[in-house]
Design a protein around this ligand. Structure first.
Ligand code: UD1
Length: 441
């Protein structure tokens, strides 16, 4: 395997232009889930044997995690499929010369914090730049640190770094822990730490997202016994060592949801290939209520969606919440759809306190949205008219793309490096189903 140029295009300041008004028609292959791939990559730190991961998405965050693991002495190589959509990676981590995730990398991707648990449990030390603020909210890491500390690590914050260590020759110890509220990242870090801990760890009120189940399945295949897959109580039997393995990452349910929103706003017909239906059931339920039709081919894992552009879109009220409820990562995209619903819809954002930055940009396109704390009221249908808008974070960018599909004239989206962090070739995929979309360097 060698390195590949697809992953080296990070942070190019490109723009996207979209001419609105096309109806979607065609078929799209869904990429692997970025948010499942990142913790699975961090699991390579648990063993000196090689971990082979398949179906990783060709996105910048995967490249950033490769760099983080590289600074920790991991030998990383990858190859890309001929379609350039998916990557197979080989990761081998022998003893690192440093145990440090530096500021330069952590500031570009908070998920770098996921190396804390595996470093600490295998090597007894870790130094991770403290993640700073983030455009969608404060996003502290107190829940991660509480677990490490309860497992026996001493934790200090020095010069902007979380310094975690264990007395020489000691292992983390298994604990019985109840999370005060649900955190995806803290559940993942705790699972990784518990894998090589001394004794059994029980995690209660754990996150149940499909990405967590993917990490659990990987850890099981690395030789770590874990009970409770898919539930909020997980029991991990810590082992002295983990093994290398081959593992295929699940499809990206947020990418699926983004294309469902695209179809809902434009109308037309779309086949999404490589979908796990239950991962997107909360969105499909509201999409169906708002007037879209779908059918699923369980054998081929293909989701067929249809909406006649002349059909009325019903207004809908939703609240974001942990899986299996409506995901916060689809809130911006769905808000764009609701600008075209016939009446007033409400969205309550329960996960992140500042995740409404796309609202101002949607208003610039002509949307009628009132804000009251964590509640947004969207009055539709409004005629959107294309202009230049700016992306503030990954999913907000996707929301602006969805709005651009329905806007009259041309919408230009700036700062699309956010989009490239998490979507594999979104512009190519939309073009292949009839959207007039261009990337301008
Ligand atoms: C992950 C996802 C992100 C998604 C989010 C919620 C990845 C790489 N990112 O983020 O796309 O939007 O789940 O589904 O998988 N919190 C604390 N203290 C902590 C940890 C979290 O207060 O120590 C708070 C957060 O600020 C937030 C809430 O808990 O308000 C949930 O966050 P969490 O589930 O941890 O999100 P991430 O793992 O960061």
């Amino acid at each position: 395997m060698g390195t590949n140029s697809v992953l080296h295009t990070e942070l190019i300041v490109d723009k996207i232009t979209i001419r609105g008004g096309s109806h979607l028609d065609g078929s799209i292959e869904i990429s692997g889930a970025k948010n499942a791939a990142l913790p699975c990559m961090a699991a390579c730190l648990l063993t000196d044997e090689t971990l082979i991961l398949r179906n990783l998405p060709a996105v910048v965050d995967i490249r950033t995690m490769e760099k983080v693991l590289g600074t920790l002495g991991t030998h990383v190589s990858h190859e890309t499929t001929p379609s350039l959509l998916s990557i197979t990676q080989s990761l081998t981590c022998n003893e690192p010369s440093e145990y440090k995730a530096p500021y330069e990398l952590v500031k570009t991707m908070r998920a770098s914090i996921l190396v804390l648990g595996p470093l600490l449990t295998r090597f007894g030390k870790a130094s991770i730049s403290f993640p700073g603020g983030c455009s969608i909210g404060a996003r502290p890491i107190d829940l991660h640190l509480e677990v490490m500390s309860k497992m026996g690590a001493s934790i200090d914050i020095h010069h902007g770094y979380v310094e975690a260590s264990l007395p020489s020759g000691k292992r983390l110890k298994g604990i019985d822990h109840t999370f005060p509220y649900i955190s995806v990242g803290a559940t993942e870090n705790s699972l990784l730490a518990a894998a090589l801990a001394d004794g059994k760890t029980i995690l209660r009120n754990a996150a149940k997202e499909p990405e967590i189940s993917d990490l659990i399945s990987l850890l099981i295949s690395m030789g770590i016994p874990i009970e409770g897959l898919g539930t909020s109580t997980l029991a991990i039997e810590g082992q002295r060592q983990a093994h290398g393995t081959h593992y295929t990452i699940i499809p990206d349910r947020i990418e699926v949801g983004t294309f469902i929103c695209a179809l809902a706003i434009t109308g037309g017909s779309l086949c999404l290939q490589g979908v796990v239906l239950e991962h997107v059931s909360s969105l499909l339920e509201v999409i169906e209520r708002s007037g879209c039709k779908y059918r699923y081919d369980v054998t081929k894992k293909v989701l067929h969606l249809e909406r006649s552009p002349s059909d009325r879109l019903e207004p809908i009220n939703i609240s974001t919440a942990p899986y299996p409820d409506f995901p916060t990562d689809l809130q911006a995209q769905f808000m764009a759809v609701l600008t075209q619903a016939d009446g007033t819809s409400t969205i309550i954002e329960n996960i992140f306190e500042n995740r409404f930055q796309h609202v101002m940009e949607l208003q610039r396109l002509g949307a009628s949205i009132d804000m009251d704390g964590r509640t947004a009221r969207i009055h539709g249908p409004t005629l959107l008219s294309g202009t230049t808008v700016m992306a503030s974070d990954l999913r907000a960018s996707a929301g602006l793309v969805i709005a651009g599909l329905a806007a009259e004239g041309t919408t230009t989206i700036e700062r699309i490096y956010h989009l490239d962090r998490g979507y594999a070739h979104l512009d190519h995929k939309l073009r292949s189903v009839g959207v007039e979309i261009e990337r301008i360097k």
